[in-house]
Ligand binder design. Structure first.
Ligand code: ZN
Length: 273
């Protein structure tokens, strides 16, 4: 009941007309795919369970979400504990979740990488701010190569508090053209530069969660909408607000409605068969 109360507060009263407009932009037969959500516990006190995700998805009409750990205080050196929490949520709801695992590139990650690939995780999440690394750190570059070799996508936090994104990442993108990358938060501190530099690299997608309105507008104005994918960043974002922000920015930038199904689902869903 608490979760339903949550979405009701976000879609009623002063927000009712905003939610109505948002829903009017989403084709009724479209199953929305959320490219960025978390399950577990964060050192900042945020938490989310598989059941909490299921309730939020059902209330907002989301059919599938990529899920991965938070910056978990219980992470053992190799992140195996938080990765197990995500896997167990996936086992509870295999149709709802696409499980990604998380690693700390500073530590010995080979064992956990192999364990997660063997288990069936479908992607890797890296957070350069929380785990304090640069994208051109040799251990990170090696990890990108391992992901390319295992043919799994990597979602990178490329948002708040990032200093360098495009310049340290470009050599990896050029070396591994088949490596699928999701730029979480749309590289919001360097959106225009990222759109220009990665334009010719179709396996780099830009994900829209919790991006400033100005940067979302820049993104939709400067990049092929076939390269943009919706995300929520739950528990930091919520479905009504992030859907509205994404659709309002696309609308303001003049993106034709025919691109909405790709942005909300198809552009990334095709990666997961
Ligand atoms: Zn996140």
């Amino acid at each position: 009941m608490e979760q339903r109360h949550g979405i009701e507060a976000l879609t009623s009263g002063a927000m009712a007309s905003v939610w109505e407009w948002t829903k009017s932009k989403i084709p009724s037969d479209l199953g929305v795919f959320d490219a960025h959500a978390h399950i577990g516990v964060d050192i900042d006190g945020r938490t989310m369970t598989g059941e909490g995700m299921r309730e939020r998805m059902q209330a907002a009409g989301i059919v599938q979400s990529i899920v991965f750990p938070l910056n978990d205080p219980n992470a053992r050196d190799d992140y195996s504990g938080p990765n197990d929490v995500v896997w167990s949520a996936y086992e509870d709801y295999p149709d709802l979740f696409v499980p990604f695992f998380r690693l700390n590139p500073h530590l010995d990650y080979d064992g956990e990488f192999a364990r997660c690939i063997e288990r069936g995780f479908e992607g890797l999440k890296l957070h350069p701010v929380s785990q304090e690394f640069e994208l051109d750190n040799p251990k990170v570059v090696r990890l990108f190569g391992m992901a390319a070799g295992a043919n799994i996508p990597v979602l990178i936090h490329a948002g708040f508090a990032m200093q360098r994104i495009v310049e340290p990442l470009l050599p990896t993108v050029e070396k591994h053209p088949n490596l699928r990358l999701i730029l979480g938060h749309a590289a919001m501190v360097e959106t225009l530069e990222a759109a220009r530099q990665f334009e010719g690299h179709p396996n780099v997608l830009f994900e829209t969660s919790v991006v400033q309105a100005k940067d979302l507008y820049v993104l939709f104005s400067s990049l092929d909408p076939g390269r943009i994918s919706y995300g929520s960043d739950i528990p930091y974002g919520d479905y009504p607000s992030t859907l509205h922000a994404t659709l309002a920015a696309a609308d303001a930038a003049g993106v034709p409605d025919e691109h909405i199904p790709g942005i909300l689902s198809g552009n990334i869903r095709r990666w997961f068969g």
